[in-house]
Design a protein around this ligand. Structure first.
Ligand SMILES: NC(=O)c1ccc[n+]([C@@H]2O[C@H](COP(=O)([O-])OP(=O)(O)OC[C@H]3O[C@@H](n4cnc5c(N)ncnc54)[C@H](O)[C@@H]3O)[C@@H](O)[C@H]2O)c1
Length: 261
């Protein structure tokens, strides 16, 4: 039997990269995936692809920084699917990487609003639906950044948002265990996706830090470079009953690369 048969999974940032790959994986395991993303066109493409392979998918345009938008997305998911079992709070941006005195307050806010407030809002509006189901699994995409890796010049806002996500995950795991809701995080290392497209790097050479290079010569698995499916497979474990006694943990999906930093 498929691992997620009969389950409904709500996935943010599902139109690209890690979210897309996880949506496809969950759909192959029998879940009805609700694809939430800012971008309507790629969202429709992913939905069509999943359906053409015999999976069940519903696309909903949603901005995770906007409370009303997130609430409406869950309402649409419930109307379409009638239940909620799995939440993958994954949408995120790299934002602006710059020295602290150069990084503008609005740039800091945008990164924190998307990555940290976005996860809070997703969790906040998911809880009543997960409680109504009688439990479920929440997975947050954090990062090695801010948790095990700090030698990334100019990444203060991004790293802070990623560290905050893990703190939120642990608070939520304790608070929600009484409802049989598990909360965990995946912390990817380098994964080729579209995240670089919305990233701006400014004057980071002024933050003079040694850099460990990925790729050739890097002793971590696969030169320290993973694929979206590696994260998707880890999320499948966390979403499924195989992890029914696992809550409050972050799992590094980086081939061991962050141990070098
Ligand atoms: N790619 C990596 O190397 C890497 C490493 C560690 C952590 N991560 C994390 O993985 C997550 C997914 O990123 P990815 O690498 O797949 O990037 P990606 O850019 O390929 O996908 C991110 C998706 O999130 C969506 N999104 C952005 N802002 C949104 C918003 N306000 N509301 C709704 N959707 C929004 C985008 O439209 C996009 O479809 C992020 O949280 C990122 O920080 C990525």
């Amino acid at each position: 039997m498929a691992m997620l048969e009969g389950k409904v999974a709500f996935i943010t940032g599902a139109a690209s990269g890690i979210g897309e790959s996880t949506a496809r994986r969950f759909a192959r395991e029998g879940a009805h995936v609700v694809l939430a993303d800012l971008k309507a066109e790629p969202l429709e493409r992913v939905q069509r692809d999943i359906e053409s392979l015999g999976g069940q998918a519903t696309g909903v345009v949603c901005d995770v920084t906007d409370a009303a938008s997130v609430q409406a997305a869950f309402a649409a998911a419930m109307e379409r699917c009638g239940r909620l079992d799995i939440v993958f709070a994954n949408a995120g941006i790299a934002g602006v990487w710059a020295p602290l005195e150069d990084l503008q307050p609005a740039e800091w806010d945008r990164t924190l609003e998307t990555n940290l407030r976005g996860v809070f809002l997703t969790l906040h509006f998911a809880i009543p639906h997960l409680r109504a189901t009688g439990g479920g699994s929440v997975i947050i995409t954090s990062s090695i950044s801010g948790n095990r890796t700090y030698a990334q010049p100019g990444a203060a806002a991004y790293s802070t948002s990623k560290a905050g996500q893990v703190a939120l995950m642990k608070m939520a795991a304790l608070e929600l265990a009484r409802y049989d809701i598990r909360v965990n995080a995946v912390c990817p290392g380098t994964i080729p996706t579209n995240i670089g497209q919305n990233m701006e790097t400014r004057n980071t050479q002024e933050v003079d830090l040694p850099e460990i290079r990925e790729g050739e010569g890097n002793p971590a698995l696969h030169g320290g470079i993973g694929q979206p499916r590696d994260v998707a497979n880890t999320c499948l474990f966390l979403a499924s009953d195989l992890s029914e006694h696992v809550s409050g943990v972050e799992i590094y999906v980086d081939g061991g690369e962050s141990l070098l930093r």
